[in-house]
Design a protein around this ligand. Structure first.
Ligand SMILES: NC(=O)C1=CN([C@@H]2O[C@H](COP(=O)(O)OP(=O)(O)OC[C@H]3O[C@@H](n4cnc5c(N)ncnc54)[C@H](OP(=O)(O)O)[C@@H]3O)[C@@H](O)[C@H]2O)[C@@H](O)CC1
Ligand SMILES: [K+]
Length: 481
């Protein structure tokens, strides 16, 4: 798993490392990494480094210092480098001296726009992990003029480092070089960061437990259930799906089919869409009511069941079976309206809630807001459940405060029925015995991969996402070392 640390923890780790590192060494290491990637970008975009024009946007702190040192290194490779200082009195003195020694120039703020307009590459050293709020007007006016590729130092300025939130003008980077660790902004706002390039500055041993985690293909491949030589249809876990209705059978078909595609364990369907499900997916054992469905190892409850008393009875029954329950869609609305339904749950029975923003607001009384990580952790504690908050980057929190962030792979999953597919995938993983936090994370990962594979650059439907599940699982397995 990939660790992600908040800026407080990064700062503490940096302080410990600084105490045992020669003065300035850390910044030069970081800046060297920036210059290497800047040279690579110049070569890619223009065919050369020497003779190309690099403009540095330099703020008041060490982030600007990194940019100035990187500019000095780029000068040595023959690039022309001009620095625009946003707060000349506060620019990093050693960095400034290094740039000047290397033959770089400092241009007045008023001339910034014309330099930016003729740049081959812009380096954003406006602000790093001490950032608060959006770009200030001077910086915003300069950033507005940028047409060249932008390399952000540590993070795109103007984007909130710990939440990825954007509340005004902010840099949109082509690539971002991060030092020593991934920070929340890199996974919560990947569109603003562009390609994220990791530069090791030796922080590793100082970092401690990560605040958030991201899954690699290897984690997904290791967690995904695969049949072994002694397995049969029951031993791999039976997934129960209570979804859809006779008027709206689509949710039932999509959720049950996703479970079928996810594992070779058995899938039972219970509900008024039994005939339609059976017709589309003959391998599903379908029955008209959850009350006469056989044993399952996990229930998926909610998509399309309605929010009336019939839906409520279905949810209460599933919660009382002593097996993990993934509650989605209408089940979340039922819980929001009548929290007492959760009394049917044995406290040891894992519960997984998978709201989108609207359902989250219904459930908790508040929209997730800009601090999505804080919001999802609070909900997980309050409901003593694993909560998967859908969004561009999907978050999964458990009551103990562990948080997984699932990297967005475009917006292909913003389509009707896509959530039903995710709940079916999640249910199948729960049924096979994967712990709920990880089950939700790996299901979201494969769901996102399937969305990307189904779309291949053009909009995809939920049925397309469903069809791409086997290839998505293959992809994760093939990328695992
Ligand atoms: N520590 C280390 O060893 C290493 C650190 N490294 C680097 O240092 C960076 C952190 O540097 P840092 O702490 O000096 O602050 P930094 O982010 O440059 O901000 C400076 C000042 O900007 C201001 N400001 C705030 N918000 C703003 C906004 N929205 N728009 C505009 N300005 C804004 C605010 O000052 P104010 O104007 O409010 O007084 C703030 O104090 C880190 O990201 C990495 O790049 C690497 O070299 C590796 C070694
Ligand atoms: K920056």
């Amino acid at each position: 798993m990939r660790g992600i640390w908040t800026t407080d923890h990064i700062r503490q780790a940096e302080e410990r490392l600084l105490a045992v590192t020669p003065e300035g060494a850390l910044m030069r290491r970081a800046a060297h990494g920036v210059s290497v990637h800047a040279a690579r970008m110049l070569a890619e975009h223009t065919g050369s480094v020497s003779g190309r024009r690099v403009v540095l946007l330099v703020g008041a702190g060490n982030n600007g210092g990194d940019a100035l040192w990187a500019g000095a290194f780029l000068r040595k490779r023959g690039a022309g480098v001009a620095a625009v200082l946003l707060q000349p009195g506060k620019a990093h003195p050693e960095g400034l001296a290094a740039l000047r020694r290397a033959g770089g120039r400092v241009v007045p703020l008023a001339d910034g726009p014309q330099w930016i307009e003729s740049a081959d590459l812009v380096v954003d050293g406006i602000v790093g992990i001490s950032a608060k709020g959006p770009l200030r007007p001077d910086a915003a006016a300069l950033v507005e003029r940028v047409a060249a590729p932008v390399l952000a130092v540590d993070l795109p300025s103007g984007v909130e480092p710990d939440s990825g939130a954007v509340d005004g003008p902010a840099v949109r980077a082509t690539a971002t070089v991060t030092f020593g660790a991934y920070k929340p902004v890199h996974v919560l706002n990947p569109e603003r960061c562009g390609e994220v390039v990791f530069v090791d500055i030796g922080l590793g041993d100082e970092l401690g437990e990560p605040d958030l985690r991201g899954l690699d293909a290897a984690d997904v491949a290791a967690a995904w259930p695969m049949p072994g030589p002694s397995d049969n249809k029951y031993s791999q876990g039976v997934t129960g799906v209570a979804a859809g209705s006779s008027a709206y059978p689509g949710a039932a078909v999509l959720a049950a089919a996703a479970a079928v595609r996810a594992t070779s364990g058995m899938v039972r369907y219970a509900g008024h869409a039994a005939d339609v499900v059976r017709w589309h997916w003959p391998e599903v054992v379908a029955t008209g009511s959850i009350f006469d469905a056989g044993r399952v190892q996990a229930w998926v409850v909610g998509p399309g069941i309605g929010t009336g008393s019939a839906g409520r009875d279905v949810l209460v029954h599933a919660l009382g079976q002593g097996v993990p329950v993934c509650a989605d869609a209408d089940a979340i609305t039922i819980i929001a309206e009548r929290p007492e339904v959760l009394d049917a749950r044995d406290p040891d029975t894992p519960l997984l809630l998978t709201p989108h923003d609207g359902e989250f607001e219904r459930l908790t009384g508040n929209a997730p807001g800009p601090d999505r990580v804080g919001a999802v952790c609070e909900a997980a504690r309050r409901f003593d459940a694993v909560v998967l908050l859908k969004g561009h980057s999907t978050l999964v929190a458990d009551p103990a405060g562990r948080v997984l962030v699932n990297k967005a792979r475009g917006s292909w999953l913003a389509t009707a029925g896509s959530g039903d597919v995710l709940s079916g995938l999640t249910g199948a993983l729960l049924a096979s015995g994967v712990e709920p936090w990880l089950a939700a994370g790996v299901a979201a990962d494969v769901h996102a991969r399937a969305g990307e594979l189904a779309a291949r650059g053009v909009p995809a439907s939920a049925s397309g996402v469903l069809a791409a599940i086997p290839d998505a699982i293959r992809q994760a397995r093939s990328l695992a070392p």
